[in-house]
Design a protein around this ligand. Structure first.
Ligand SMILES: Nc1ncnc2c1ncn2[C@@H]1O[C@H](COP(=O)(O)OP(=O)(O)O)[C@@H](O)[C@H]1O
Ligand SMILES: [Mg+2]
Length: 153
């Protein structure tokens, strides 16, 4: 069980705003193995969200390598990145980003539909998953009727 799922080598991220540059990440190195839980801690503005966005294939490194299952995601075009986001990344945002006009079950089903999975049994599977996170009975509630923590679950 020492398989590396994520390896980051000398990652630098620079944002350019007009003439001003902000560099929240400089030569960062990190390895995460399969099955490991890792917490990233630091003060506000230290680059946590920047790092998570890069790990989650939402943003690109300025320099350095990010290897996810041995694939350098910095080299991939958007046409490949979306598949990695869809199939390999689970992202719980601070604000949940659920679709407000879909209920809890339909929001869960949407991800299965986009991935082409569980065809013909999406509702049942979504109900099972909602039960797993303690949300039985809330399947038909829209996000606005759920607390922020419930939305994240
Ligand atoms: N898109 C952006 N353009 C310019 N600067 C940014 C952008 N995103 C984040 N920053 C800057 O990068 C630094 C790190 O931000 P962030 O990763 O959000 O920190 P944290 O999540 O640790 O609070 C901050 O100084 C922030 O202002
Ligand atoms: Mg943040």
């Amino acid at each position: 069980m020492s398989e590396l799922v994520l390896k980051i080598e000398n990652l630098t991220k620079t944002y350019t705003l007009g003439k001003r540059e902000v560099q929240p990440l400089t030569n960062l190195n990190l390895e995460i193995k399969k099955g490991e839980f890792t917490a990233i801690m630091g003060p506000s503005g230290s680059g946590k969200t920047t790092l998570l966005n890069i790990m989650g294939c939402i943003d690109k490194p300025t320099k350095g390598k990010v290897l996810l299952d041995n694939v350098d995601i910095g080299e991939l075009p958007e046409s490949q990145l979306y598949k990695i986001r869809r199939d390999k990344i689970g992202f719980i945002f601070q604000s949940s980003n659920l679709l407000p006009y879909l209920n809890a079950r339909e929001n869960v089903e949407l991800a299965m539909e986009l991935a082409g999975k569980f065809s013909g049994q999406r509702s049942e599977r979504a109900n099972e998953l909602l039960a797993t996170v303690g949300l039985s009975g809330r399947e038909s509630h829209r996000p606005q009727r759920l607390s922020q923590g419930e939305q994240q679950r």
